[in-house]
Design a binder for this molecule. Structure first.
Ligand code: ZN
Length: 303
């Protein structure tokens, strides 16, 4: 089953609930980055959080980035997403495998760390991007995103993200649940959501393992409540890197750096998000230098 997110509205649009299954995209991310156990869970939860944020953007061309930096062993995690829920991610240190917590869960908080921040950057068609930053609560990502929604967007939310990884480091299930209280919500709506969250038991990843179909899980969670499905989107791991963008990155290195790459006889650049490799020969680099920087002045002296 392809990864997807389904979003429903309840109580005359006073409550919004989403359920997402990100198993396949997290498997793909794991393959690209070579993450093991705890790092897989951290990356998978961050990707799921990125999916929630991307899905909630209002217009088609809007996009966002999530940056998680808690000072823990996995280092920094970045997730780019957009309204069409195309995601891509990067993690500094993919080989992190911490002992399980006392409750048997993967120690994502320990891997991410708590001495840092969660930052969300949204490009919503304005001159400047919107940037919201909160201090990490636990590094477990769900709580941290809840804190972001509350303090940066003033939306009371319940967030659950989870990744089920077996001892062989296989992703068995990954996904999340997001409930948000919208304007004019009532006390009874809060109680309703608390009731749902009370049924989570071992967590959202176990629920998705048992019920991978998001619409089916949504209907089980919402029980008798009346709702209508607002949207259902397929989630894809998709990188938008290109030779042109990598060329721009080379130009930004400056002429001295390019000259030293030419001396080395060429350069191979790897995209951090998808592992695509781009090879620039000595001649390519000389051309870049000539076209964009020094006008045929590879030794870096001003003409
Ligand atoms: Zn790429």
């Amino acid at each position: 089953m392809k990864s997807n997110i389904v979003t429903a509205m309840l109580f005359n649009s006073r409550v919004r609930v989403s359920v997402m299954n990100t198993t396949e995209v997290v498997k793909e991310a794991q393959k690209i980055h070579g993450t093991c156990h705890t790092a897989t869970a951290a990356l998978g939860r961050a990707i799921t959080a990125g999916v929630m944020l991307g899905d909630s953007l209002k217009e088609k061309d809007y996009k966002c980035s999530l940056i998680l930096n808690g000072g823990g062993p996995v280092g920094r995690i970045i997730v780019d997403s957009n309204n069409a829920v195309h995601v891509r991610a990067d993690i500094d240190h993919p080989v992190v495998n911490l002992p399980l917590r006392a409750d048997g869960k993967l120690d994502v908080g320990g891997a991410v760390g708590v001495n840092g921040y969660l930052r969300i950057i949204k490009d919503i068609g304005l001159k400047e991007p919107y940037i919201g930053t909160v201090d990490l609560v636990s590094g477990e990502i769900g709580e941290d995103l809840t804190s972001y929604f509350f303090y940066s967007e003033q939306i009371p939310s319940a967030v659950a993200v989870g990744v089920l990884v077996n001892p062989q480091n296989e992703v068995l299930a990954s996904g999340g649940f997001l409930a948000q209280l919208l304007p004019d919500h009532k006390e009874e709506h809060i109680e309703f959501l608390e009731g749902i969250i009370g049924t989570f038991g071992k967590g959202i990843s176990h629920m998705l393992f048992d019920t991978p179909d998001t619409e089916e899980l949504l209907s089980r969670l919402l029980k008798d409540a009346e709702y209508h499905i607002n949207s259902k989107k397929e989630i894809e791991y998709r990188c938008n890197c290109s030779r042109q963008k990598l060329t721009a990155a080379i130009i930004s290195m400056g002429r001295q750096e390019i000259a030293s790459l030419i001396e080395e006889g060429g350069a191979e650049l790897t995209c951090h998000f998808c592992n695509s490799k781009y090879y620039f020969s000595k001649e390519d680099l000389e051309q870049i230098l000539q076209d964009a920087i020094g006008r045929g002045n590879p030794d870096g002296k001003e003409e």
